[in-house]
Design a binder for this molecule. Structure first.
Ligand SMILES: O=C(O)CCC(=O)C(=O)O
Ligand SMILES: [Fe+2]
Length: 217
């Protein structure tokens, strides 16, 4: 049983690594199972009840601004050292995935940062690229969706803009369904979050080629 689970996890990592090398993005379903997703939703709800979500901003420290037209989500950063068990399960899987990708894709990944994310109905994140100009250590963007029973009519797609060989772009829409992981090269792919009719929940983060700075030094 354990071996079968490990085999399944490895197959997913392999698919992600292959798709990242071929296309610059990967979308895999059942990255976490439904029970693991439910457990993460309980943690998210707990953080909400504690009032620790904040409106997300754009830009880095000295150019930080909150602009709800551009980006309407609320976020709560994960502190790995204080992570509750369901969050730990997710982070451990990310560690494994990072090691796997490093063996095959040579991105030199060293660390990650993740936050819980809530988009209230009608909010968006307009087209953007995730890598900051002043701090280009974000290599891979990863989003795990937590929305059970999400239907196409609920909206809320992640829209990826993919370059075509003739220089034009095509779009790929990804529904934010529970357990699905979307992953893409942070410096390559513009993307946006379309408005939804329901609250849209996820874990959003980046695998980086530099260790995070210690926050309290
Ligand atoms: O939630 C998503 O699908 C994408 C989020 C995003 O683009 C971001 O937080 O930078
Ligand atoms: Fe983004």
């Amino acid at each position: 049983m354990q071996e079968q689970l490990e085999e399944e996890a490895l197959q997913k990592f392999e698919q992600i690594a292959d798709n990242l090398s071929d296309k610059g993005y990967a979308v895999v379903d059942n990255f976490l199972d439904l029970q693991e997703v439910k457990n993460l939703m309980e943690v998210l709800t707990h953080h909400q009840e504690q009032g620790t979500f904040k409106k997300a901003g754009i830009g880095t420290a000295d150019q930080f601004q909150v602009n709800r037209e551009v980006r309407g989500d609320h976020i709560r950063w994960i502190e790995p050292e204080n992570a509750l068990p369901p969050t730990r399960v997710f982070l451990d899987k990310m560690d494994e995935m990072m090691r796997y990708i490093n063996r095959t894709c040579y991105l030199g990944l060293k660390d990650y940062e993740f936050h819980f994310t809530v988009y209230p109905p009608g909010t968006v994140y307009q087209r953007h690229i995730d890598q900051f100009q002043v701090n280009d250590h974000r290599q891979l963007s990863c989003i795990l969706y937590l929305n059970e029973d999400w239907l196409p009519e609920h909206g809320g797609n992640l829209r990826l803009y993919l370059p075509k060989e003739n220089g034009e772009e095509e779009t790929l829409d990804v529904l934010p369904i529970a357990g699905r992981l979307a992953c893409f090269r942070s410096n390559l792919l513009p993307h946006e979050v379309l408005p939804a009719t329901r609250h849209r929940y996820s874990l959003t983060g980046w695998l980086k080629d530099q260790l995070n700075e210690l926050p309290f030094l």
